[in-house]
Each structure stands twice: as structure tokens, then as C-alpha cells.
Design a protein around this ligand. Sequence first.
Ligand code: F3S
Length: 287
Amino acid sequence: MEVKLAEYAGFCFGVKRAVDTVYAQLNTGKKIYTYGPIVHNDEVVNELCEKGVIVLETKEDLIALTPLECENAAVIIRAHGVPESIYQLLEDKGLECVDATCPFVKRIHNIVRQKSEEGYHIVIIGNAGHPEVEGIVGWCIHGATVLEKPEEAEGFSASLDEKICIVSQTTFNYNKFKLMVEIFENKGYNVNVVNTICSATEERQRSAQKLAAEADVMIVIGGKHSSNTTKLFEICQSECANTYFIQTLDDLHLELPKAVRLVGITAGASTPNKLIEEGQNYVRINF
Ligand code: F3S
């Protein structure tokens, strides 16, 4: 029986960089806070908390830190990025800021800042409640319009003289983005479109689908709250009926029939390599 890992699986570049940053900062001897959980994976977050990392869940948590709690402390900004106002808040509180914003997200901050300075109305195609989108909005000088569904693009209205700059959340679906941009163009708006979708999500989905199509059993590893892992699970399940969604090896109770020739493994963008390797070894040793 063969065990095969999807070509693209697990941490994307930006998340790996952010998690590595936390581990590196732990060696500095400072108190380490992360602004939000560094990654949507309980295993990783719990391990870091055991090593002393404190998660600030909200802006209010940051505001509430006492001068003593801010002494000799650093706050790590995760890959999603944050609004500009958070940097100011960190400075006001005398906290060191360690910025692990993914460079692809930082690029969007720079675009919306520059375009809003040039007088563009910024439209962000994405989910308004997602921290990445909240962060992007926080770099627009006069706010932004966030649209998630084609119906919302249909309902958008502004003067036709207005210059509009459209960007996207990095994990947004490309076909839906294209459709929404077309709605703007068909309505006659003067749009400047920057496709800021990151290829990491699509690469993971495409390679998971390819592997699931040839596998007899598929194992998808990831956090139960991770939307990209759930999406991977759905894609794999549509290609391979024997698809299992596990968070850790403890969830894996496989009874593999003798006829199984290929077990495929994939993992969400917030699943660390360690868990993926454990999964591969477990299947190799036990079956
Ligand atoms: Fe960055 Fe793309 Fe990951 S934007 S955080 S590398 S999904």
C-alpha cells in the first residue's frame, strides 16, 4: 500500500513565516503576545501557550494591558495583518511590535493606502468579518466598501465619475472575484482592478482534488474551525468516498480493507508539518 502526500499541503508561506517568528521570539526572553491566535490550529496555539505565549483575542485585551504587563514585551502581528490603528496603539503602550504580516497581505495594504490617497473609492471583494479584510479596511484613508456576493456587487451604486479600485481578500475564490469585477465593468464604472488573490489556497485545493481522484482513502488533517480545511475535505469527498477529516491522530480510527492501494493525505493551510508527518508515519506503520 502506498501513502502519498498532496503536492501542496499544510502551512502556506505566510503562516509558516508567522509561526517561525513566534518560536524565534520565544528565545529572546521577552514576554510574547500574539495579536489573535497565530494560526487557526489548536495544537499549535496550545503548544505555544504552554511555552508562555499569551494570545490577545481582541483590541480591548491589548488596551487593557497594564504598564507592568507591557514591560519587556513584544506583540507579534499574525500573517493576516492588522489595521494601521493597531500599530499606533502598540506604540502608545510602549510595546515592541514584531510584524509577521504576510508580504502578500502587506502588498494589499500598500495598494489601498496609495489608491485611497489618490482619491479612489476602495472596494474589497471578501468577507467583511474576516480579520484580514478588517486589516485592509484599516489602511484605507476614507474607509472602504466590502462586498462578498455577486448580488452585493449588483446592488453597489456610486457616481460613474468616481474612480474605483478593486482588490480581493487573499483567499477569495478567483471565479467569483472575476464575476464580481465583470458586474462592475458592465455597470460602466471606471475600475482599476488588482487581483490580490494568493495562489496558496488554489494550489492546495487543486492538488488535493488530483490526489483524491486516484486514492482509495483520503485523510484530510486540519483544525475543525479552519474553513480552508473544511473546503479541502469537501473537495476530497466529492472525488473519494472514503475521506476522513481529522484534527490529530487520535481522531483516526481506520479499518483499511485489504484492497486499499493508495492512501492520500492532505492538510489545511494551518496544519503544521509535524502533524502531517505523524499522519504519514502512522498509516505506513499500522497498515
Ligand atoms: Fe500569505 Fe497566501 Fe498564506 S497571502 S498568509 S501565503 S494564503
